[in-house]
Design a protein around this ligand. Structure first.
Ligand code: C2E
Ligand code: MG
Ligand code: MG
Length: 759
């Protein structure tokens, strides 16, 4: 009966081991093949034992004995291979293992051979029949060969045991389990086996231990998940995260916190109840935090405002049941401050801290969209000649001046206003109309002084205003306010200007005629009209060339309607060069008929900046081979205001080249009689229009008389412009004036008419 039970148990174990072996072999695990082989080779000894237990004859039992012992050798082969793979001997410094294992492999091979020789030599064992459990049983009587077999098998087991022991001791604590379990099963299995060897009991019960070892190893290698290792690794990973993580059980009790979490709630001793209390103090009611959503949260601490994002989630079992929850708290202060910082630098002017132009536009658009229109307006603030401030006092003073202005705007704008820096020296403001107190503003701006240390600069600030109307783009409104300033840009006494739609028309007109200038010159739409200049006898001695534009659609245009525009934008150079060249061409055509008549041409102050006036005029004179004496150069006092020495040198050079230089409009600008004595001019053109308007005619006449006398003394010829009556002519003659120009003699006329007059 007992035998049958054993046979059945062993049969069951064989089946299990076979299943383990197949499963391990196909498991794809790194240890799969090794474990498969080990589980498989445990089967022969068990099978051998079944035969031994069931044997009724000597030879039948002997077959069982051979299968059993040779099977044990196979197990030893597999055990060494398994140990090698399991402990990754390859990667470890277990010096000598290879040598020992090879040696043992050789001894195992010898063992198998000597066991197989036993039927002939009889040196290993023989069988002796006894009675056990009511039936014949054949016990093995060991001889020398069997002793050798046992020594070899124990050596193999010892080697494996030693390696597992070594591993258990040397690996990190968390991995110890992996080796200790195998080590323990090896030790128990060996002890059990030893006990049997010495007990000489008829049925080998240690086979159960062997099978158990096989199954255990299979389980450990193939199915066992080292939970503690996993836990420790996960805890490690979570601890190293930047976020604070708090785990809660179903009842909301805190069960674990990672390092940043401990740091956050200042609980370092694992008192999780305290963690919960402190956490509640920190972020309030945790239950109230919605699941699966980022919640932004900020607190005002001693170290300033801190920003966090909170995220709460439930944890689910495999079955889908909730078994706890966790809370993630991330300190996003740095990120947030960085974004705020970037936003600030992007939208604010570095120097003044005001909004940038773009951001100002954005903000103003928002306000207009919200309906802040009728009661609000736009102001454009501009510093006149700011470049001079920079130039004279240095950049740092310039920066200081801009900051002072920004401060002034901040102080005056009021809290419903928006303001920013538009660019270099200009600012833009969106403000309530009630804030525009004209008298106060005028007064403030008139006395705007920048003081730093001992430096003081009175800057001229202009402010242009415009109403808020519906436009596609707010930049248009700021442009309009800017445009308003253009109307007062040369004023020193007036600082405020208000946009009117006519200003836009003016700009449009300027743009239109500027665009047409090229064609106008090419097609000779711009021509010089000639105004006679006469001597004391009334005889025409020459003429002044005055530009007229015979426009294809607008008709006849006086210089007043285009010269100022081109003087402003610099295109005057093109007009003047055209007139200078045409004048030379006319003089060329007069060579035969009127070789002594001259023509005066005008030179605008801008010409001196934008071209080499002397070289140009010389070129034209040479081109037509005209006598320089016949071409007179009219410069104004304004031209001499800047770079006076350089300009005087140019005039000097003109004279050296035999051109005659005239000072135009003398008396209308910033005349300085003192300057006159140094001026290299041949003719002084006195502006009669200017004198004609004065109330005290007698006084004016005295001035003219004295200017004529003075110029006479200086050897300068005087010419009076704007002579309209005979009386004026007579009087000027009396005063000693030599040349005359004015409507009294003739208006400026086309070339043909003038030629008619002189022939
Ligand atoms: P300007 O050079 O002083 O020219 C004299 C201006 O006085 C001319 O005006 C002329 O028509 C005007 N005039 C002459 N006699 C009388 C008079 O008896 N009574 C009055 N009320 N006016 C008189 P215009 O032709 O309109 O030219 C105005 C200004 O435009 C010129 O003043 C000159 O500064 C500028 N200008 C004209 N043509 C040119 C040009 O080709 N180049 C440059 N740069 N400027 C020019
Ligand atoms: Mg002139
Ligand atoms: Mg003049």
């Amino acid at each position: 009966m007992i035998r049958t039970i054993f046979i059945l148990i062993l049969g069951v174990l064989i089946t299990i081991l076979l299943a383990c072996s197949i499963s391990a072999y196909h498991s794809n695990k790194p240890m799969g093949k090794s474990v498969g082989v080990l589980s498989l080779v445990v089967i022969p000894p068990l099978f051998g034992n079944i035969i031994i237990i069931a044997a009724t004859t000597n030879w039948f039992s002997a077959v069982g004995q051979y299968i059993y012992h040779i099977g044990m050798d196979m197990i030893m082969f597999a055990l060494i291979g398994f140990t090698y793979n399991y402990c990754r001997i390859d990667n470890r410094s277990l010096k000598g293992f290879h040598l020992y294992s090879r040696f043992l492999y050789a001894l195992l091979t010898v063992d198998i051979v000597q066991l197989l020789l036993n039927p002939i030599v009889g040196h290993a064992f023989n069988l002796q029949e006894i009675e056990a459990y009511g039936r014949a049983y054949f016990v093995m009587i060991p001889h020398l060969g069997m002793k050798y077999h046992r020594i070899i098998c124990y050596s193999c087991v010892f080697l494996a045991t030693f390696v597992f022991l070594y591993m258990s001791v040397t690996v990190p604590r968390i991995y110890r389990e992996r080796y200790a379990v195998i080590l323990i099963s090896l030790v128990i299995g060996t002890l059990w086996r030893t006990v049997y060897v010495f007990s000489r009991a008829p049925i080998d019960r240690s086979m159960l231990g062997l099978a158990a070892c096989g199954i255990l190893i299979f389980y450990f290698c193939i199915y066992y998940r080292p939970v503690r290792l996993l836990d420790s690794m996960l805890a490690n990973i979570v601890s190293e995260m930047d976020e604070a993580i708090f785990l809660f059980d179903l009842d909301g009790k805190c069960i674990w916190v990672n390092e940043p979490g401990k740091e956050m709630v200042k609980v370092y001793d694992g008192n999780f109840d305290q963690v919960l209390i402190n956490l509640k103090e920190f972020i309030g009611d945790i239950e109230g935090i919605p699941e699966k959503r980022h919640v932004d949260y900020s607190i005002d601490s001693n170290a300033g405002v801190k920003y966090y994002t909170l995220e709460k989630n439930s944890c689910f079992e495999n079955t889908g049941k909730v078994h706890g929850s966790y809370l993630k708290v991330r300190d996003v202060t740095d990120e947030k401050l960085k974004i705020e910082d970037e936003f600030y630098t992007y939208n604010h002017d570095m120097l003044t801290g005001l909004y940038t132009k773009e951001y100002l536009y954005e903000k103003v658009s928002d306000r207009i969209a919200k309906g802040d229109t009728d009661n609000f307006c736009i102001a454009y603030i501009d510093v006149r000649d700011f470049k001079i401030v920079n130039d004279v006092f240095g950049r740092s003073f310039g920066d200081f001046a801009l900051c002072t202005m920004a401060e002034w705007i901040r102080e005056h704008a009021g809290n419903t206003s928006i303001y920013g820096r538009m660019g270099g020296d200009s600012f833009g403001v969106f403000l309530p109309k009630s804030g525009v107190k004209q008298d106060e503003l005028e007064n403030d701006l008139a006395n705007f002084v920048i003081r730093r240390g001992d430096k003081e600069y009175h800057i001229v600030i202009h402010m242009g205003f415009c109403d808020i109307e519906e436009v596609d783009d707010v930049s248009i409104l700021f442009d309009r306010a800017h445009l308003a300033i253009a109307a007062i840009k040369d004023e020193f006494k007036q600082h405020l200007a208000f946009y009117e739609s006519s200003m836009r028309e003016k700009v449009k007109y300027s743009q239109d005629i500027s665009a047409q200038l090229g064609t106008a010159i090419r097609e000779n739409q711009i021509v010089p009209y000639l105004q006679p200049i006469v001597d004391t006898d009334g005889k025409i001695v020459g003429a002044e060339a005055l530009a007229r534009w015979i426009h294809p659609t607008q008709g006849f245009m006086n210089p007043g309607s285009f010269i100022p525009i081109f003087e402003e934008n610099g295109m005057i150079v093109d007009v003047d060069k055209h007139i200078w060249r045409t004048a030379c061409k006319i003089l060329d055509s007069w060579k035969a008929t009127h070789p002594e008549k001259f023509i005066s041409v005008n030179i605008s102050p801008k010409d001196f900046f934008l071209t080499d006036v002397l070289a140009d005029i010389k070129d034209f004179a040479e081109e037509f081979d005209i006598n320089p004496q016949n071409l007179r150069i009219e410069v104004t006092e304004t031209s001499m205001m800047s770079n006076t020495d350089g300009r005087m040198k140019i005039l000097e050079d003109f004279r050296k080249n035999d051109f005659i230089v005239e000072m135009d409009d003398f008396g209308s600008g910033y005349s300085s009689l003192n300057m006159l004595k140094d001026m290299p001019v041949d003719v002084l053109k006195i502006d009669m229009k200017f004198l004609g308007k004065t109330e005290d005619q007698e006084r004016a006449n005295k001035i003219v008389k004295n200017v004529i006398r003075l110029s006479d003394d200086l050897g300068i010829l005087s010419l009076t412009e704007g002579v309209e009556t005979e009386e004026q002519f007579e009087m000027l003659k009396q005063m000693g004036c030599m040349l005359f120009q004015g409507f009294y003699f003739s208006k400026p006329v086309p070339l043909k008419d003038f030629e008619g007059m002189i022939s």
